[in-house]
Design a protein around this ligand. Structure first.
Ligand code: KG4
Ligand code: ZN
Length: 341
């Protein structure tokens, strides 16, 4: 490992907001030296979704090991770390608490500054890792299991939420529809895969608009439409073409995400657009944005799939920008399950 010079800022980041136990070391906000993720997916699959109590317990069991591995892979010692960044919300409270308690303990024991990071700020900041030229301002669509936000990124760590979901998040809709057609958890990647064998125009599922705010989303009507379609097929004794259902549902979600996002980019007058969160790893969503942004001369950014789903590198990046603008948290830092951006 090269000799670190004093102007280099190394962030040790911890993320435990849901079902991934993750730690990472990030250099100068843009370079990921390690990115260790212990995923609990296999553990929760048998229950068809994340069981919060099981997630917390597994975080406790794995967190030390994951942090040690992150330091080892980055070839740095705790003494070289400039600050510890940790997701302190939003997320599952018990899961968040494990990361926050761990970060506070290391901060206290090793005398390293502590920085609490908002999970969504992390998702957005994942775009800075592989796009060294990307700087605010730009518009970002955050679509994950818990959130569907349209955000104006005014500056590093400075956000205006201009649209949000009124009911289900986009990822939540993927997970629920996947369960309904028997694909299991997590549904997003499974629908993504199965859709490639189906016809996206086979079933005309609705594209919901929210009258009060043109940037808001609503996915619960779409979810109900899929359930109704499945029921009516069953009643009529017709066989369900699962690939067509998956592809048509996915297209309905993507159409709405693309339309609202590009309308926002145009109205707010930006020429840069990014996507973030687990759903941003969807191959058809990326292709649709690639095409539509290309037509309009908008620069389109997206993280690699490993930086779209929950990881600690994104928390290290967001934490870096908080740290260099002087943000420090005390040992009263708490987990905030419904923290606003
Ligand atoms: O960002 P994330 O890892 O966790 C949250 O912060 O919620 O997002 C997880 C969500 C899940 O709902 C999952 O089904 C969805 O992202 N997801 C996908 C894909 N990969 C993950 N949705 C659609 N297509 C994918 N390829
Ligand atoms: Zn997330």
């Amino acid at each position: 490992m090269e000799q670190l010079n004093k102007s280099e800022v190394l962030i040790l980041a911890i993320e435990t907001s849901c079902d991934e136990t993750a730690a990472s070391v990030v250099k100068n906000g843009r370079e990921v030296l390690s990115n260790v993720i212990y995923t609990q997916i296999a553990l929760h699959t048998q229950f068809g979704g994340v069981v919060p109590e099981i997630a917390s317990r597994k975080h406790i069991e794995k967190i030390n090991q994951v942090i040690e591995q992150a330091l080892q892979e980055a070839e740095v010692t705790l003494q070289e770390i400039s600050a510890i960044a940790v997701t302190n919300g939003p997320g599952l409270v018990g899961a968040l608490l494990v990361g926050v308690a761990e970060a506070k303990a290391i901060s206290f024991a090793a005398g390293i500054p502590l920085v609490g990071v908002h999970h969504i700020s992390g998702h957005i900041s994942a775009n800075y890792i592989e796009h060294k030229e990307l700087e605010p301002p730009f518009v970002c669509l955050v679509a994950s299991g818990g959130h569907s936000h349209l955000v104006v990124v005014k500056d590093y760590g400075q956000y205006d939420i201009i649209g949000r979901t009124r009911d289900d998040a986009a990822g939540e809709a993927f997970d629920k529809v996947a369960r309904a057609i028997g694909l299991g958890y997590p549904g997003g990647p499974k629908i993504d895969g199965l859709s490639k064998e189906g016809n996206p125009d086979a079933i005309p599922f609705p594209r919901a608009k929210v009258a009060e705010n043109e940037y808001d989303f609503s996915f619960s009507g779409l979810k109900s439409a899929v359930l109704n379609y499945l029921n009516s097929c069953r009643m009529k004794g017709e066989e369900v073409n699962r690939a067509d259902v998956a592809a048509s549902f996915q297209k309905a979600v993507i159409d709405v995400l693309v339309e609202h996002s590009l309308h926002a980019v145009k109205t707010y007058g930006y020429d840069k657009f990014a996507i973030a969160g687990g759903v941003a790893s969807n191959s058809s969503l990326r292709a649709a944005f690639e095409q539509e942004c290309g037509k309009r001369g908008i620069a389109f950014y997206h993280p690699s799939p490993v930086f779209c789903t929950d990881n600690a590198a994104m928390i290290g990046v967001a934490g870096y920008y908080e740290f260099i603008r002087g943000i420090r948290h005390g040992y009263d830092l708490n987990a905030v399950p419904n923290a606003s951006l």
